[in-house]
Design a protein around this ligand. Structure first.
Ligand SMILES: C[S@@+](CC[C@H](N)C(=O)[O-])C[C@H]1O[C@@H](n2cnc3c(N)ncnc32)[C@H](O)[C@@H]1O
Length: 308
């Protein structure tokens, strides 16, 4: 009997095209490990503006991605703080519940998870690539320890200070008003990129220090909908401008509403975001499309980007 099934041969130049296009970083078609079922779907793809969103578990996706293909990673992982505590939101006492993804699995399981995704990120980073990871006390020590275990080279710990932090309702602690952002290079041999002059310029000609005062996201940044742990675009603009060149590929493995992607578009970098939840991917698409239109109509001055 004749077999009518079409075999789709990859075009001749396929592997070369993958090698040339860093946005194809996740494809390892030479030796696909995932068989006929990919561990992700491409949720949004805009090759013209070098933006792509993948839906799936970042560890699975990164473990099958091409090695040494990403210039910079920003990761805002689950902080594991949605465990029945209370906080103050808009002047009211509310329970901390960011989502199922933010529930603690216990100290050891949490650390295992941190090690796993950090290892997956390290593999895809280019030899001179760097990673930024944000966190509070709940996870940042585990992140720092995991980085040391994996042989990352820690470059800086940035203290992100939020002037308008909500008050501490229990009055038994100092008011939490900071987050830490660790910056690390792939390994000890890496020759990381740092735009020292630009950082000095935007800091009125003085060396920039590791304490950054940046306000939480404005209402304008949430006009397409809210993510419970949305980061301010100004923070990501500064990170991207400090550690990447125009045209570099920036990856966010826990992209949420794609604040990293918005900043990447505004700063003319390529972007790949990975996220589990449809709701946040849909919000990401709206924000990314808006950023693409904004960028299309205007070339932002550096000062404007860091103060956005
Ligand atoms: C802290 S939030 C990131 C918020 C983001 N920085 C923003 O500005 O919108 C973490 C996100 O990671 C997603 N997430 C959790 N575990 C994941 C996993 N294993 N793979 C991919 N995404 C994951 C959650 O759904 C959540 O949206």
């Amino acid at each position: 009997m004749k077999n009518n099934r079409k075999t789709t041969k990859p075009p001749k130049d396929y592997q070369n095209a993958i090698d040339r296009n860093p946005l194809e970083f996740y494809i390892s078609e030479k030796t696909p490990k995932y068989g006929p079922k990919r561990p992700f779907i491409v949720f949004y793809d805009d090759p013209q503006h070098s933006v792509r969103l993948l839906k799936g578990n970042c560890i699975e996706i990164l473990n099958q991605a091409r090695e040494n293909s990403v210039d910079m990673i920003f990761a805002d992982p689950p902080y594991f703080l949605s465990n029945g505590g209370i906080t103050c939101h808009a002047g009211k006492m509310v329970s901390v519940n960011k989502g199922k993804w933010d529930k603690s699995m216990g100290v050891e399981e949490n650390h295992k998870f941190t090690l796993e995704w950090l290892k997956a990120c390290q593999r895809v980073l280019k030899p001179n690539g760097t990673i930024w990871v944000s966190g509070t006390t709940h996870i940042i020590y585990s992140v720092g320890f995991a980085m040391q275990q994996l042989g990352y080279k820690i470059l800086n710990d940035i203290i992100w200070y939020k002037r308008n932090a909500p008050p501490n309702l229990s009055c038994r602690y100092f008011t939490h008003s900071t987050e830490i952002v660790l910056w690390a290079a792939k390994n000890e041999k890496s020759k990381h990129y740092f735009n020292y002059q630009l950082m000095k310029k935007i800091n009125q000609g003085k060396q920039m220090r590791n304490v950054w005062e940046i306000s939480p996201p404005s209402a304008e940044e949430k006009r397409f909908g809210k993510h419970p742990t949305q980061k301010p675009v100004a923070l990501l603009n500064r990170i991207i401008l400090a550690s990447t060149r125009e045209g570099d590929l920036v990856l966010d493995p826990f992209c949420g509403s794609s604040t990293t992607g918005v900043a990447a578009v505004l700063c003319d970098r390529k972007y790949v975001g990975i996220e589990l939840e449809d709701e946040y991917l849909t919000l990401s698409v709206k924000r990314l499309k808006d950023a693409i239109v904004k960028r299309g109509t205007k070339l932002f001055a550096i000062e404007e980007l860091v103060a956005l």
